[in-house]
Design a protein around this ligand. Structure first.
Ligand code: HPA
Length: 249
């Protein structure tokens, strides 16, 4: 696979890309351990992509146990330059109701105790403090936005992603705090994935699908059943979006 190719990291609700015409799977070993699974190479609507489901092919790896470093390192070493990360999230602010697709432009890291950097060990002379002012690639975000407009998907074109530790969901008070912090959606996988992608100079953007209202934002408690139902329809639209985006990149 040549330089410049695109990877899609699938989240909950997107553990398979059904239309992917698979050419090969490659098991990668990295200095950081094993990625979530083999990298799947193939053609998606006529364009080469690599697919990697973040939680494993059978959705067995919880957010706090994903080997983010191995995943990002494996993609980089496969010659990938661009990553679109698909993620299921909870909605916090009014415009982020279940089913909405959001293309966040900012992120706040509330995770802890995760391996969150490639810069450790013996060579601290190399760049350690990467710039994260704008955490997502603007080029990729604008491509997602343009494709979403063309398809009439009504994506919310900016917002702040709160990355929480999980795997439990938040308390109502925590959701209120996240809103006071300026967050629009909440998920458990945005960090350290976003920062690690920046450390390895990958162009990275997030396509988030709102699966439920954040805790305390609806009458009902949050169930996995509700999350799965909303993701099913949301991910169908995300697949449309991905197909349109790949052609433009
Ligand atoms: N909180 C955190 N992560 C999530 C949620 C949520 O409500 N829904 C889907 N992923």
């Amino acid at each position: 696979m040549g330089k410049g190719h695109l990877a899609i990291i699938g989240g909950t609700g997107l553990t398979q890309l059904k239309d992917l015409e698979i050419s090969r799977r490659e098991v990668m070993h990295t200095p950081y351990g094993e990625p979530s699974g083999p990298l799947t190479f193939g053609l998606y609507h006529g364009h080469e992509v690599v697919f990697l489901p973040r939680h494993g092919a059978r959705h067995t790896i919880p957010p706090h146990q994903v080997n983010y470093r191995a995943n990002i390192w494996a993609l980089k070493n496969a010659g990938i330059e661009t990553v679109i990360a698909v993620a299921a999230v909870g909605g916090i602010t009014e415009r982020m109701g279940p089913g909405v697709i959001a293309i966040p432009d900012q992120i706040i890291d509330y995770t802890w105790s995760r391996f969150h950097t490639f810069f450790e060990g013996d060579d601290l002379r190399s760049v350690t403090h990467v710039d994260m002012t704008y955490p997502y690639s603007d080029v990729i975000r604008q491509t997602l936005i343009a494709a979403s407009r063309e398809l009439g998907l009504n994506a919310v074109e900016q917002g702040t992603y709160a990355a929480t530790q999980g795997p439990r969901l938040e308390t109502a008070a925590e959701i209120n705090r996240l809103e006071r912090d300026g967050c629009d959606v909440v998920g458990m996988t945005g960090m350290p994935e976003t920062a690690l992608a920046r450390e390895l100079e990958l162009k990275y953007a997030c396509c988030a699908v709102v699966a439920n209202w954040g805790a305390g934002r609806s009458e009902d408690l949050i169930t996995m059943d509700e999350i799965s139902r909303n993701l099913e329809s949301g991910m169908a639209r995300v697949k449309q979006l991905l197909a349109a985006v790949i052609g433009r990149l």
